[in-house]
Write a protein that binds this ligand. Sequence first.
Ligand SMILES: Cc1cc2nc3c(=O)[nH]c(=O)nc-3n(C[C@H](O)[C@H](O)[C@H](O)COP(=O)(O)OP(=O)(O)OC[C@H]3O[C@@H](n4cnc5c(N)ncnc54)[C@H](O)[C@@H]3O)c2cc1C
Length: 387
Amino acid sequence: MPTRKTKRGADRTPISGFYDVIICGASFAGLAVARELRGTGAKVLMLDRYEIGEKQTSACGIPTEWMKVLGVESSARQEFDTLVVHTPRGTSRLKLPFNFSTFDYPEFCKLLDAQNDATFETAKVEGRRGNTVVTDRGDVTAPLIVDALGWRRILDREDGYQPPDAPLSRGLEVHPKASSEDLAIWIDRRYVPAGYGWSFPAGDEVRIGVGSFDPTFHVRETTELLAEDLGEESVGYQGNWIPHRIRRATDGEVFFCGDSAGHCIPLTAEGIRTAIYFGIAAGREIRAVVQGAKTRDAALAEYARFSDSHEWKFRWMLRAQQLLPKLGPRAQRAVIRFCATRPMIRFSFRHYLRIAPPEFGREESGSGQNHRPEGASGPLEVDRIPV
Ligand SMILES: Cc1cc2nc3c(=O)[nH]c(=O)nc-3n(C[C@H](O)[C@H](O)[C@H](O)COP(=O)(O)OP(=O)(O)OC[C@H]3O[C@@H](n4cnc5c(N)ncnc54)[C@H](O)[C@@H]3O)c2cc1C
Protein backbone atom coordinates (compact mmCIF):
# COMPACT_ATOMS: atom_id res chain seq x y z
CA MET A 1 0.00 0.00 0.00
CA PRO A 2 1.32 3.48 -0.78
CA THR A 3 2.10 5.83 2.11
CA ARG A 4 -0.41 8.63 1.63
CA LYS A 5 1.19 12.05 1.51
CA THR A 6 -2.03 13.61 0.33
CA LYS A 7 -3.19 16.70 2.22
CA ARG A 8 -5.09 15.86 5.41
CA GLY A 9 -7.11 17.69 8.08
CA ALA A 10 -6.45 21.45 8.32
CA ASP A 11 -4.31 21.39 5.14
CA ARG A 12 -7.29 20.20 3.19
CA THR A 13 -8.64 23.67 2.57
CA PRO A 14 -11.38 24.21 -0.02
CA ILE A 15 -10.31 24.99 -3.57
CA SER A 16 -12.24 27.16 -5.99
CA GLY A 17 -11.72 29.69 -8.73
CA PHE A 18 -11.24 30.21 -12.44
CA TYR A 19 -8.32 28.92 -14.48
CA ASP A 20 -7.36 28.86 -18.14
CA VAL A 21 -6.70 25.12 -18.11
CA ILE A 22 -7.52 22.36 -15.62
CA ILE A 23 -5.58 19.12 -16.02
CA CYS A 24 -7.18 16.28 -14.09
CA GLY A 25 -4.67 13.51 -13.39
CA ALA A 26 -0.97 14.13 -12.80
CA SER A 27 0.63 10.93 -14.03
CA PHE A 28 2.13 10.37 -17.50
CA ALA A 29 -0.58 11.95 -19.66
CA GLY A 30 -1.35 14.86 -17.34
CA LEU A 31 2.30 15.79 -16.76
CA ALA A 32 2.92 15.68 -20.53
CA VAL A 33 0.06 18.14 -21.14
CA ALA A 34 1.35 20.49 -18.41
CA ARG A 35 4.87 20.39 -19.87
CA GLU A 36 3.60 21.74 -23.19
CA LEU A 37 1.97 24.73 -21.47
CA ARG A 38 5.10 25.92 -19.69
CA GLY A 39 5.93 29.54 -20.36
CA THR A 40 2.65 30.37 -22.07
CA GLY A 41 1.45 32.50 -19.15
CA ALA A 42 -1.71 30.41 -18.93
CA LYS A 43 -3.15 29.85 -15.45
CA VAL A 44 -3.01 26.06 -15.23
CA LEU A 45 -4.33 23.91 -12.37
CA MET A 46 -3.32 20.26 -12.16
CA LEU A 47 -5.28 17.93 -9.87
CA ASP A 48 -4.64 14.43 -8.64
CA ARG A 49 -5.96 12.50 -5.67
CA TYR A 50 -2.36 11.59 -4.77
CA GLU A 51 0.80 13.67 -4.60
CA ILE A 52 2.79 13.58 -7.85
CA GLY A 53 4.67 10.27 -8.12
CA GLU A 54 3.12 8.91 -4.95
CA LYS A 55 1.28 5.94 -6.40
CA GLN A 56 3.04 3.89 -9.07
CA THR A 57 0.74 2.93 -11.91
CA SER A 58 2.86 0.51 -13.94
CA ALA A 59 5.99 -1.67 -14.32
CA CYS A 60 7.60 1.48 -15.75
CA GLY A 61 9.18 0.07 -18.88
CA ILE A 62 9.60 2.49 -21.82
CA PRO A 63 11.77 2.86 -24.94
CA THR A 64 14.95 4.52 -23.68
CA GLU A 65 14.85 7.18 -26.38
CA TRP A 66 11.62 8.57 -24.92
CA MET A 67 13.37 9.11 -21.58
CA LYS A 68 16.11 11.07 -23.34
CA VAL A 69 13.62 13.20 -25.24
CA LEU A 70 11.86 14.07 -21.99
CA GLY A 71 15.11 14.75 -20.13
CA VAL A 72 14.29 12.21 -17.42
CA GLU A 73 17.16 9.72 -18.05
CA SER A 74 18.42 9.99 -14.49
CA SER A 75 15.31 8.16 -13.25
CA ALA A 76 16.26 5.07 -15.30
CA ARG A 77 17.13 2.01 -13.25
CA GLN A 78 18.12 -0.51 -15.93
CA GLU A 79 18.50 -0.65 -19.70
CA PHE A 80 17.93 -3.62 -22.04
CA ASP A 81 18.76 -4.36 -25.66
CA THR A 82 17.17 -7.82 -25.64
CA LEU A 83 13.71 -9.18 -24.85
CA VAL A 84 13.61 -12.76 -23.57
CA VAL A 85 10.43 -14.61 -24.56
CA HIS A 86 9.63 -17.81 -22.65
CA THR A 87 7.05 -20.29 -23.91
CA PRO A 88 6.40 -23.88 -22.72
CA ARG A 89 8.25 -25.06 -25.85
CA GLY A 90 11.38 -22.97 -25.55
CA THR A 91 12.97 -19.58 -25.02
CA SER A 92 13.88 -16.96 -27.64
CA ARG A 93 16.14 -13.96 -27.12
CA LEU A 94 15.03 -11.08 -29.34
CA LYS A 95 17.77 -8.54 -29.95
CA LEU A 96 15.77 -5.30 -30.16
CA PRO A 97 16.41 -2.51 -32.69
CA PHE A 98 16.01 0.03 -29.87
CA ASN A 99 16.62 -0.18 -26.12
CA PHE A 100 14.06 -0.32 -23.34
CA SER A 101 14.59 1.09 -19.86
CA THR A 102 12.85 0.63 -16.56
CA PHE A 103 12.61 3.67 -14.31
CA ASP A 104 11.76 4.80 -10.81
CA TYR A 105 8.20 6.16 -10.90
CA PRO A 106 8.45 8.89 -8.20
CA GLU A 107 11.71 10.17 -9.67
CA PHE A 108 10.41 10.11 -13.26
CA CYS A 109 7.30 12.07 -12.25
CA LYS A 110 9.33 14.55 -10.21
CA LEU A 111 11.64 15.25 -13.17
CA LEU A 112 8.72 15.64 -15.56
CA ASP A 113 6.81 17.82 -13.09
CA ALA A 114 9.80 20.16 -12.82
CA GLN A 115 9.20 21.03 -16.49
CA ASN A 116 5.87 22.81 -15.99
CA ASP A 117 4.67 25.91 -14.21
CA ALA A 118 1.21 24.67 -13.30
CA THR A 119 -0.31 24.92 -9.82
CA PHE A 120 -0.85 21.51 -8.27
CA GLU A 121 -3.48 20.46 -5.72
CA THR A 122 -4.39 17.05 -4.34
CA ALA A 123 -8.12 16.55 -4.76
CA LYS A 124 -10.37 13.73 -5.81
CA VAL A 125 -12.11 14.59 -9.06
CA GLU A 126 -15.75 13.56 -8.87
CA GLY A 127 -17.25 14.84 -12.11
CA ARG A 128 -18.00 17.83 -14.27
CA ARG A 129 -20.78 20.35 -14.83
CA GLY A 130 -20.03 22.12 -18.10
CA ASN A 131 -16.73 23.95 -17.63
CA THR A 132 -16.69 23.24 -13.89
CA VAL A 133 -14.75 20.33 -12.44
CA VAL A 134 -16.29 19.01 -9.23
CA THR A 135 -13.83 17.76 -6.62
CA ASP A 136 -14.00 16.67 -2.99
CA ARG A 137 -12.34 20.01 -2.07
CA GLY A 138 -14.62 22.24 -4.09
CA ASP A 139 -15.42 23.27 -7.65
CA VAL A 140 -12.99 24.83 -10.14
CA THR A 141 -13.76 26.23 -13.57
CA ALA A 142 -11.85 26.55 -16.85
CA PRO A 143 -12.71 26.69 -20.53
CA LEU A 144 -10.03 24.09 -21.29
CA ILE A 145 -10.27 20.82 -19.39
CA VAL A 146 -8.16 17.67 -19.71
CA ASP A 147 -9.13 14.23 -18.41
CA ALA A 148 -5.89 12.31 -17.82
CA LEU A 149 -7.47 10.33 -14.99
CA GLY A 150 -6.97 6.83 -16.36
CA TRP A 151 -9.44 4.26 -17.68
CA ARG A 152 -12.39 5.49 -15.57
CA ARG A 153 -12.67 8.57 -17.83
CA ILE A 154 -14.45 10.36 -15.01
CA LEU A 155 -15.21 13.58 -16.90
CA ASP A 156 -17.15 11.88 -19.68
CA ARG A 157 -20.87 12.29 -19.21
CA GLU A 158 -21.49 8.87 -20.76
CA ASP A 159 -21.68 6.16 -18.18
CA GLY A 160 -21.36 2.41 -18.34
CA TYR A 161 -17.70 1.58 -18.97
CA GLN A 162 -17.19 -0.95 -16.24
CA PRO A 163 -15.14 -4.12 -15.91
CA PRO A 164 -15.55 -6.98 -16.56
CA ASP A 165 -17.79 -6.06 -19.52
CA ALA A 166 -15.71 -3.17 -20.90
CA PRO A 167 -12.69 -3.81 -23.17
CA LEU A 168 -10.20 -3.77 -20.33
CA SER A 169 -7.33 -6.10 -19.53
CA ARG A 170 -6.38 -6.94 -15.98
CA GLY A 171 -2.80 -6.36 -14.76
CA LEU A 172 -1.16 -7.12 -11.43
CA GLU A 173 2.46 -7.21 -10.35
CA VAL A 174 4.64 -7.67 -7.26
CA HIS A 175 7.88 -5.81 -6.52
CA PRO A 176 10.33 -8.02 -4.61
CA LYS A 177 13.79 -6.70 -3.74
CA ALA A 178 15.89 -8.71 -6.19
CA SER A 179 17.97 -8.30 -9.30
CA SER A 180 18.09 -9.80 -12.77
CA GLU A 181 19.71 -9.08 -16.11
CA ASP A 182 16.78 -10.07 -18.31
CA LEU A 183 13.73 -8.15 -19.47
CA ALA A 184 11.51 -11.21 -19.89
CA ILE A 185 7.96 -12.21 -20.78
CA TRP A 186 6.13 -15.54 -20.53
CA ILE A 187 3.52 -16.65 -23.05
CA ASP A 188 2.32 -19.64 -21.12
CA ARG A 189 -1.21 -20.81 -20.25
CA ARG A 190 0.09 -21.92 -16.87
CA TYR A 191 0.10 -18.22 -15.95
CA VAL A 192 -2.70 -16.85 -18.12
CA PRO A 193 -4.84 -18.29 -20.95
CA ALA A 194 -4.85 -15.02 -22.92
CA GLY A 195 -2.11 -12.57 -22.01
CA TYR A 196 1.41 -12.77 -20.71
CA GLY A 197 3.57 -12.74 -17.63
CA TRP A 198 6.57 -10.45 -17.21
CA SER A 199 9.68 -9.81 -15.20
CA PHE A 200 10.99 -6.24 -15.48
CA PRO A 201 14.16 -5.73 -13.41
CA ALA A 202 14.73 -2.20 -12.16
CA GLY A 203 17.97 -1.99 -10.21
CA ASP A 204 17.36 -3.45 -6.78
CA GLU A 205 13.79 -4.61 -7.44
CA VAL A 206 12.11 -6.81 -10.02
CA ARG A 207 8.56 -6.11 -11.18
CA ILE A 208 6.94 -9.50 -11.75
CA GLY A 209 3.40 -9.55 -13.04
CA VAL A 210 0.67 -11.09 -15.16
CA GLY A 211 -1.69 -9.34 -17.56
CA SER A 212 -4.86 -10.97 -18.82
CA PHE A 213 -6.65 -9.74 -21.94
CA ASP A 214 -9.71 -11.51 -20.54
CA PRO A 215 -10.99 -9.32 -17.69
CA THR A 216 -12.78 -12.27 -16.05
CA PHE A 217 -9.50 -14.12 -15.45
CA HIS A 218 -8.14 -13.28 -11.99
CA VAL A 219 -4.38 -12.82 -12.09
CA ARG A 220 -3.45 -12.73 -8.41
CA GLU A 221 -2.82 -16.45 -8.00
CA THR A 222 -0.76 -16.76 -11.16
CA THR A 223 1.23 -13.58 -10.44
CA GLU A 224 2.22 -15.24 -7.17
CA LEU A 225 2.93 -18.48 -9.07
CA LEU A 226 5.27 -16.71 -11.49
CA ALA A 227 7.06 -14.98 -8.60
CA GLU A 228 7.40 -18.33 -6.84
CA ASP A 229 8.74 -19.97 -10.02
CA LEU A 230 11.37 -17.22 -10.16
CA GLY A 231 12.23 -17.81 -6.51
CA GLU A 232 10.98 -14.37 -5.47
CA GLU A 233 8.63 -13.17 -2.74
CA SER A 234 5.20 -11.75 -3.55
CA VAL A 235 5.41 -8.33 -1.93
CA GLY A 236 4.50 -4.79 -2.96
CA TYR A 237 1.36 -5.52 -5.00
CA GLN A 238 0.34 -3.02 -7.67
CA GLY A 239 -2.44 -3.52 -10.20
CA ASN A 240 -5.08 -1.89 -12.35
CA TRP A 241 -7.34 -2.29 -15.34
CA ILE A 242 -5.66 -1.60 -18.68
CA PRO A 243 -7.78 -0.36 -21.62
CA HIS A 244 -7.26 -2.24 -24.85
CA ARG A 245 -9.58 -0.31 -27.14
CA ILE A 246 -9.00 3.25 -28.27
CA ARG A 247 -11.91 5.61 -27.42
CA ARG A 248 -13.04 9.04 -28.59
CA ALA A 249 -10.31 11.52 -27.66
CA THR A 250 -12.82 14.33 -27.03
CA ASP A 251 -16.52 14.62 -26.28
CA GLY A 252 -16.62 18.05 -27.90
CA GLU A 253 -15.69 19.74 -24.59
CA VAL A 254 -12.92 17.79 -22.84
CA PHE A 255 -9.52 16.56 -24.04
CA PHE A 256 -9.05 12.90 -23.02
CA CYS A 257 -5.54 11.50 -23.15
CA GLY A 258 -3.72 8.39 -22.01
CA ASP A 259 -5.77 5.53 -20.58
CA SER A 260 -8.88 7.75 -20.41
CA ALA A 261 -8.91 7.66 -24.23
CA GLY A 262 -7.79 4.02 -24.46
CA HIS A 263 -4.37 5.19 -25.66
CA CYS A 264 -2.72 2.00 -24.43
CA ILE A 265 -1.38 -0.34 -27.09
CA PRO A 266 -3.29 -3.65 -27.27
CA LEU A 267 -1.27 -6.90 -27.09
CA THR A 268 1.72 -5.34 -25.32
CA ALA A 269 -0.29 -3.15 -22.87
CA GLU A 270 2.34 -0.46 -23.34
CA GLY A 271 0.61 2.74 -22.26
CA ILE A 272 3.25 5.09 -20.84
CA ARG A 273 4.80 6.44 -24.00
CA THR A 274 1.39 6.65 -25.70
CA ALA A 275 -0.04 8.55 -22.69
CA ILE A 276 2.88 10.97 -22.99
CA TYR A 277 2.62 11.15 -26.78
CA PHE A 278 -1.11 11.96 -26.82
CA GLY A 279 -0.63 14.21 -23.77
CA ILE A 280 1.91 16.21 -25.77
CA ALA A 281 -0.47 16.36 -28.75
CA ALA A 282 -3.33 17.63 -26.55
CA GLY A 283 -0.97 20.06 -24.79
CA ARG A 284 0.13 21.59 -28.10
CA GLU A 285 -3.47 22.10 -29.19
CA ILE A 286 -4.32 23.71 -25.85
CA ARG A 287 -1.22 25.88 -26.09
CA ALA A 288 -2.43 27.18 -29.47
CA VAL A 289 -5.73 28.17 -27.83
CA VAL A 290 -4.19 30.00 -24.87
CA GLN A 291 -1.88 31.79 -27.27
CA GLY A 292 -4.88 32.95 -29.26
CA ALA A 293 -3.90 31.05 -32.41
CA LYS A 294 -6.92 28.72 -32.43
CA THR A 295 -10.42 28.43 -31.08
CA ARG A 296 -11.13 25.81 -28.46
CA ASP A 297 -13.42 23.94 -30.86
CA ALA A 298 -10.78 23.91 -33.58
CA ALA A 299 -8.22 22.54 -31.10
CA LEU A 300 -10.60 19.84 -29.89
CA ALA A 301 -11.39 18.86 -33.47
CA GLU A 302 -7.71 18.74 -34.47
CA TYR A 303 -6.80 16.66 -31.43
CA ALA A 304 -9.67 14.24 -32.15
CA ARG A 305 -8.50 13.94 -35.75
CA PHE A 306 -4.93 13.29 -34.63
CA SER A 307 -6.03 10.55 -32.24
CA ASP A 308 -8.39 9.00 -34.83
CA SER A 309 -5.54 8.83 -37.35
CA HIS A 310 -3.92 6.24 -35.06
CA GLU A 311 -7.03 4.13 -34.71
CA TRP A 312 -6.08 1.61 -37.41
CA LYS A 313 -2.76 0.87 -35.71
CA PHE A 314 -4.52 0.17 -32.42
CA ARG A 315 -7.06 -1.98 -34.29
CA TRP A 316 -4.30 -4.13 -35.81
CA MET A 317 -2.64 -4.57 -32.44
CA LEU A 318 -6.02 -5.59 -31.00
CA ARG A 319 -6.43 -8.17 -33.77
CA ALA A 320 -3.04 -9.62 -32.88
CA GLN A 321 -4.08 -9.64 -29.21
CA GLN A 322 -7.23 -11.59 -30.10
CA LEU A 323 -5.43 -14.00 -32.43
CA LEU A 324 -2.33 -14.98 -30.45
CA PRO A 325 -4.14 -16.75 -27.57
CA LYS A 326 -6.17 -18.78 -30.08
CA LEU A 327 -3.01 -20.43 -31.41
CA GLY A 328 -1.80 -23.58 -29.67
CA PRO A 329 1.60 -23.53 -27.90
CA ARG A 330 3.30 -25.11 -30.94
CA ALA A 331 1.93 -22.46 -33.34
CA GLN A 332 2.72 -19.69 -30.85
CA ARG A 333 6.30 -20.90 -30.64
CA ALA A 334 6.54 -20.99 -34.46
CA VAL A 335 5.23 -17.42 -34.70
CA ILE A 336 7.68 -16.22 -32.05
CA ARG A 337 10.61 -17.95 -33.77
CA PHE A 338 9.62 -16.37 -37.06
CA CYS A 339 9.29 -12.96 -35.40
CA ALA A 340 12.68 -13.47 -33.73
CA THR A 341 14.51 -13.43 -37.07
CA ARG A 342 16.56 -10.30 -37.49
CA PRO A 343 14.65 -8.79 -40.46
CA MET A 344 11.28 -9.46 -38.79
CA ILE A 345 12.37 -7.93 -35.49
CA ARG A 346 13.65 -4.87 -37.26
CA PHE A 347 10.49 -4.55 -39.36
CA SER A 348 7.95 -5.20 -36.61
CA PHE A 349 9.61 -3.29 -33.77
CA ARG A 350 10.33 -0.25 -35.93
CA HIS A 351 6.66 -0.13 -36.97
CA TYR A 352 5.71 -0.67 -33.37
CA LEU A 353 7.86 2.24 -32.18
CA ARG A 354 6.30 4.45 -34.85
CA ILE A 355 2.89 4.16 -33.18
CA ALA A 356 4.23 6.84 -30.80
CA PRO A 357 7.71 7.80 -32.00
CA PRO A 358 10.10 9.62 -29.67
CA GLU A 359 10.87 12.33 -32.27
CA PHE A 360 7.37 13.65 -31.66
CA GLY A 361 8.39 14.68 -28.15
CA ARG A 362 11.31 16.63 -29.51
CA GLU A 363 9.38 18.74 -32.01
CA GLU A 364 8.47 22.28 -30.90
CA SER A 365 8.27 21.16 -27.26
CA GLY A 366 7.60 23.66 -24.36
CA SER A 367 8.62 26.82 -26.13
CA GLY A 368 9.21 28.67 -22.88
CA GLN A 369 7.80 31.74 -24.59
CA ASN A 370 4.83 33.72 -23.46
CA HIS A 371 2.60 34.16 -26.46
CA ARG A 372 -0.49 35.25 -24.56
CA PRO A 373 -2.65 37.61 -26.56
CA GLU A 374 -1.89 41.29 -26.19
CA GLY A 375 -3.29 42.69 -22.95
CA ALA A 376 -4.09 39.31 -21.38
CA SER A 377 -3.06 39.13 -17.73
CA GLY A 378 -5.35 37.12 -15.41
CA PRO A 379 -6.97 33.81 -16.27
CA LEU A 380 -8.68 33.59 -19.63
CA GLU A 381 -12.35 33.91 -18.87
CA VAL A 382 -14.62 31.26 -20.30
CA ASP A 383 -16.14 33.75 -22.71
CA ARG A 384 -12.69 35.03 -23.76
CA ILE A 385 -11.73 31.65 -25.19
CA PRO A 386 -13.02 31.71 -28.74
CA VAL A 387 -15.15 28.59 -29.22
C1 LIG B 1 0.43 -3.82 -13.61
C2 LIG B 1 0.65 -2.90 -14.77
C3 LIG B 1 1.90 -2.78 -15.35
C4 LIG B 1 2.08 -1.92 -16.44
N1 LIG B 1 3.34 -1.81 -16.98
C5 LIG B 1 3.56 -0.96 -18.02
C6 LIG B 1 4.87 -0.78 -18.53
O1 LIG B 1 5.84 -1.35 -18.03
N2 LIG B 1 5.03 0.06 -19.58
C7 LIG B 1 3.98 0.73 -20.13
O2 LIG B 1 4.19 1.48 -21.10
N3 LIG B 1 2.72 0.60 -19.65
C8 LIG B 1 2.49 -0.22 -18.60
N4 LIG B 1 1.22 -0.32 -18.07
C9 LIG B 1 0.15 0.53 -18.61
C10 LIG B 1 0.33 1.95 -18.04
O3 LIG B 1 0.44 1.89 -16.64
C11 LIG B 1 -0.83 2.88 -18.37
O4 LIG B 1 -1.20 2.76 -19.71
C12 LIG B 1 -0.38 4.34 -18.06
O5 LIG B 1 -0.15 4.46 -16.67
C13 LIG B 1 -1.44 5.35 -18.50
O6 LIG B 1 -1.04 6.62 -18.07
P1 LIG B 1 -2.14 7.75 -17.72
O7 LIG B 1 -1.38 8.96 -17.33
O8 LIG B 1 -3.13 7.81 -18.80
O9 LIG B 1 -2.95 7.14 -16.49
P2 LIG B 1 -2.46 6.73 -15.05
O10 LIG B 1 -0.99 6.48 -15.04
O11 LIG B 1 -3.38 5.66 -14.58
O12 LIG B 1 -2.71 8.05 -14.19
C14 LIG B 1 -3.98 8.49 -13.82
C15 LIG B 1 -3.79 9.51 -12.71
O13 LIG B 1 -5.08 10.00 -12.34
C16 LIG B 1 -5.22 9.98 -10.95
N5 LIG B 1 -6.63 9.78 -10.64
C17 LIG B 1 -7.42 8.74 -10.97
N6 LIG B 1 -8.68 8.95 -10.56
C18 LIG B 1 -8.69 10.16 -9.95
C19 LIG B 1 -9.69 10.97 -9.34
N7 LIG B 1 -10.96 10.57 -9.24
N8 LIG B 1 -9.35 12.18 -8.85
C20 LIG B 1 -8.07 12.64 -8.92
N9 LIG B 1 -7.09 11.92 -9.48
C21 LIG B 1 -7.39 10.70 -9.99
C22 LIG B 1 -4.36 8.84 -10.47
O14 LIG B 1 -3.95 9.01 -9.12
C23 LIG B 1 -3.17 8.92 -11.45
O15 LIG B 1 -2.14 9.75 -10.98
C24 LIG B 1 1.00 -1.18 -16.96
C25 LIG B 1 -0.28 -1.28 -16.37
C26 LIG B 1 -0.44 -2.11 -15.28
C27 LIG B 1 -1.79 -2.20 -14.63
